[in-house]
Design a protein around this ligand. Structure first.
Ligand SMILES: *[C@@H]1O[C@H](CO)[C@@H](O)[C@H](O)[C@H]1NC(C)=O
Ligand SMILES: *[C@@H]1O[C@H](CO)[C@@H](O)[C@H](O)[C@H]1NC(C)=O
Ligand SMILES: *[C@@H]1O[C@H](CO)[C@@H](O)[C@H](O)[C@H]1NC(C)=O
Length: 599
C-alpha cells in the first residue's frame, strides 16, 4: 500500500511532536512522567520509595504504579545528602532537571590558575561520568558551570581563602571564589547535587550555597615507611580526600624500617633504605603526587622523621667516610633503645648528618613547592639509645635542643633563607613551650584527649594541630603485630567516635590550626588502606570542615555518610562497610535511639 504524501507529512509532524514531548519530559518533566519511559528497574521492582515525614519509606508498588528509585528519593527527601555539610544553604528546590553534557566556563587570571581550573573541570566531569553504570551514556541537556576566581593564588597555604559560593539555577551553576581552592570545593559540592536516576543524570533545579571551612588544616597522615604504598593507591586516596574537602596529605615518608624516598641529592638513602628497587618514590613520582593533589585542593606535607624513627637508609656513612650518621640501627633488644623494632636514631654529634639532612630538605622544598609549612618530625626520641651509643653523654635535653636548632637552620637554608611560617613537630616531653619559638613552631599533639598536652601549649600561645590517638588514630585496635594480645593502642575508633570528637570545645580556637587523622602503617598497605581509612576519614572531614553539632545533625550523619560512602565507591575507593544495606534503604530504622523512641 502506498502512503500518500499528505499522510507522510502528518506522520512526520506527529513524530516530531512525540520526540519534542519526550525531550521536554526528560529535560523538565516530573519524575512520574520520566518513569513512564523508564524500562528495566521500573518494570522489575516490586518496590517504590515515598517521602514521608522527611524520610524515604519503601513501599510495595501497586500494579502499574510509578517507580521512584532510592537514589532520587534520598536526594529529594530528608536532610540534604551533602558531605561535609556546607555552612549556609538557601533557596533549595529539590525537584530535578536532567542533563547529559557538561560545559565549564572559566573566568580567571594568572599564570597557573586557568590551567588548574581546566584540570579541576576535567576531574569534575570524570566524577559525574563515574555515576553512570558501565556502558550507559547520558546525552540530553547541558549543565553549564561558570567558575569565577578572583586571585592568582596557586599554592595552598595556611592563609588561603577556601570559601566559595555556588548559585545553581536551572542547569546553570555559578561558582564564585577568591581562590582556585575555593572554586574547586564549589565544584565538589556541585557534584554532590547530581545523581543518576536510572535514566539520566539529574541535578537540583535550584540551590544557593555559601560555604567555608571551620579549620584551615584538615589532614590525613599516611605512613609509607612501615609498609610501602604504591603511587596509584596514593592518588586514589587523594581523590577521596578531595571528595571530602580535606586539604593536607601528611606523608610520613620514612621511618626506622625503610627509606623509600629516592632523593636526587642523596641517592644512598633509598639504595640502603628501600625495601626493594620497586618500592621507591622517585622525584618524578613525588612531583606527580604533588600536582595531582594540588588540582584536588590538597597540599602534600612530606615528613622525614628525625632525629628518632631514622635507621634503615642512614647506614652508609662509615663506608663513605662520614662516620655514623645514625646510631642504634636495628639494635637489640629493641625495647631498650626505641619504641618499636627496628631501632635507629640520628647521630646528633655528627656534623655530616646535618649536611645530609639539609640536602634532603632542599629536595623536599623543591619537589613540594612548599615554603610556608614543613614537618620536622621529632617523634619519640629515646635518650637511652643516645646514652648507650654516643661518646659524649652530656645532657640529653641539650642534645635534643641542639638537633632542633641545627635542623631548623638547614631547613631555613633550604627554604631560600626564610624559616617557614609553620614548622611542625610531634608532641613529646621535649616540646615544652620554653623549647619552642611560637612564631615558627606548631606542635602536633597525639596523646589521648585526657592527657592535657594541648592546654600547656595553648597557654603559652603555641599553635597546635590535634590528632588525639584515642579518637583520630585510625590504626588503633587491630591487634598486636609484635606478639600476642592487644596492640599498642586501642580500641578501634568507630566512625561515630571519630565524628563526635570535638577537642576544641575546651580551648580557645584561635591557635588551633586544625586536626589530622593518622593511619600508621605497621599493619597497613595498599590492600587494607582504603578500608582502614574510609569512611572514618570522611567522618573526620565533616567534623573539621563543618563542625555541626546538633542532635539532629548527628542523627542525620548516618544517612548522609552512607550516601557519601556510595559516592566514594563510585570514584573507585573501597571503603569499609557501615551497616547492612537494609539500613540505607530504611533510614533511621537501625538507630538505637530512634528505636527506643518508638516504644
Ligand atoms: C543566582 O543566579 C540567578 C540566575 O543567574 C540570579 O538571578 C540570582 O540573582 C543569583 N542569586 C544570587 C544570590 O546571586
Ligand atoms: C659506628 O658504630 C659502630 C657500631 O654500630 C661502632 O662500632 C663504630 O665504632 C662507630 N664508629 C664511629 C666513628 O663512631
Ligand atoms: C615548583 O618549583 C619548581 C622549582 O623548584 C618550579 O620549576 C615549578 O614550576 C614550581 N611549580 C609550581 C606549580 O609552582
Amino acid at each position: 500500500m502506498a502512503v500518500k504524501p499528505i499522510h507522510l507529512k502528518k506522520l512526520l509532524v506527529v513524530l516530531v511532536l512525540i520526540c519534542m514531548g519526550m525531550v521536554a519530559l526528560l529535560y523538565w518533566g516530573s519524575l512520574e512522567e520520566i518513569y513512564r519511559v523508564k524500562p528495566r528497574a521500573a518494570r522489575w521492582s516490586a518496590w517504590t520509595w515515598d517521602c514521608e515525614n522527611e524520610q524515604c519509606v519503601r513501599r510495595v508498588r501497586e500494579q502499574g504504579e510509578l517507580y521512584i528509585p532510592l537514589s532520587t528519593c534520598r536526594m529529594q527527601c530528608g536532610p540534604l545528602p551533602l558531605w561535609p555539610m556546607p555552612l549556609h544553604i538557601s533557596d533549595v528546590k529539590r525537584q530535578s532537571v536532567g542533563f547529559g553534557q557538561v560545559r565549564v566556563e572559566i573566568l580567571a587570571e594568572g599564570k597557573h590558575v586557568p590551567e588548574m581550573l581546566k584540570e579541576a573541570a576535567q576531574v569534575f566531569k570524570q566524577n559525574l561520568r563515574a555515576l553512570l553504570p558501565e556502558g550507559t551514556t547520558a546525552r540530553l541537556g547541558e549543565l553549564v558551570v561558570v567558575v569565577k576566581v578572583a586571585l592568582p593564588t596557586y599554592l595552598l597555604s595556611l592563609n588561603t581563602d577556601e570559601s566559595y559560593t555556588l548559585n545553581l539555577t536551572y542547569l546553570r551553576a555559578e561558582i564564585t571564589a577568591k581562590t582556585f581552592f575555593g572554586a574547586r570545593h564549589g565544584l565538589e559540592t556541585l557534584s554532590q547535587l547530581v545523581w543518576w536516576n536510572d535514566v539520566s543524570l539529574r541535578v537540583f533545579q535550584r540551590a544557593y550555597i555559601k560555604d567555608r571551612p571551620q579549620f584551615r588544616y584538615r589532614g590525613v597522615l599516611l605512613d609509607t615507611a612501615r609498609n610501602f604504598i604504591p603511587v596509584p593507591s596514593l592518588l586514589r586516596t587523594l581523590d577521596a580526600l578531595a571528595a571530602s574537602k580535606l586539604n593536607v596529605f601528611h606523608w610520613h615518608i620514612s621511618d626506622s624500617q625503610s627509606f623509600p624516598f629516592d632523593s636526587p641529592r642523596v641517592p644512598q638513602m633509598a639504595r640502603y633504605g628501600a625495601y626493594s628497587l620497586d618500592k621507591i618514590y622517585s622525584a618524578d613520582d613525588i612531583r606527580h603526587v604533588v600536582s595531582y593533589a594540588r588540582v584536588r585542593g590538597v597540599r602534600v606535607l612530606i615528613e622525614i622523621d628525625a632525629p628518632a624513627h631514622a635507621g634503615n637508609g642512614w647506614q652508609w656513612g662509615e663506608r663513605h667516610g662520614m662516620g655514623n650518621l645514625s646510631v642504634c640501627v636495628n639494635k637489640q633488644p629493641w625495647n631498650s633503645y626505641c619504641g618499636e623494632p627496628p631501632c635507629g636514631q640520628l647521630n646528633p654529634d655528627n656534623p655530616h648528618m646535618y649536611q645530609v639532612l639539609g640536602k634532603l630538605y632542599q629536595d623536599l622544598v623543591e619537589l613540594t613547592n612548599m615554603t610556608d609549612m614543613f614537618h620536622l618530625g621529632g617523634d619519640e626520641v629515646d635518650l637511652n639509645c643516645w646514652a648507650s651509643a654516643l661518646e659524649d653523654k652530656r645532657d640529653p635535653m641539650a642534645k635534643w635542643k641542639y638537633f632542633q636548632r641545627k635542623a631548623l637552620m638547614k631547613l631555613t637554608a633550604a627554604n631560600k633563607g626564610k624559616a617557614p611560617d609553620a614548622v611542625v613537630l610531634w608532641h613529646s616531653p621535649f616540646t615544652r613551650p620554653e623549647n619552642l619559638n611560637k612564631k615558627i613552631h606548631v606542635v602536633q599533639t597525639w596523646g589521648a584527649s585526657n592527657w592535657g598536652e594541648e592546654q600547656t601549649l595553648l597557654d603559652k600561645n603555641i599553635r597546635i594541630i590535634i590528632s588525639n590517638l584515642n579518637y583520630w588514630y585510625l590504626d588503633c585496635g587491630f591487634g598486636n603485630w609484635r606478639g600476642l594480645g592487644n596492640g599498642a593502642c586501642g580500641p578501634m575508633s568507630s566512625w561515630q567516635n571519630v565524628y563526635q570528637h570535638r577537642p576544641w570545645v575546651k580551648f580557645d580556637r584561635s591557635l588551633i590550626l586544625g586536626g589530622e587523622v593518622c593511619l600508621w602503617g605497621e599493619m597497613m598497605d595498599e590492600n587494607s588502606l582504603d578500608m582502614k581509612l574510609w569512611p572514618r576519614a570522611a567522618a573526620f572531614a565533616e567534623r573539621i570542615w563543618s563542625d555541626t553539632d546538633t542532635e539532629q545533625s548527628i542523627r542525620d550523619a548516618h544517612g548522609r555518610l552512607a550516601v557519601h560512602r556510595d559516592l566514594l565507591v563510585s570514584r573507585g575507593i573501597r571503603p569499609d562497610t557501615m551497616w547492612p544495606e537494609w539500613c540505607s534503604q530504611n533510614p533511621y530504622m537501625c538507630l538505637d535511639e530512634f528505636t527506643s523512641t518508638l516504644k
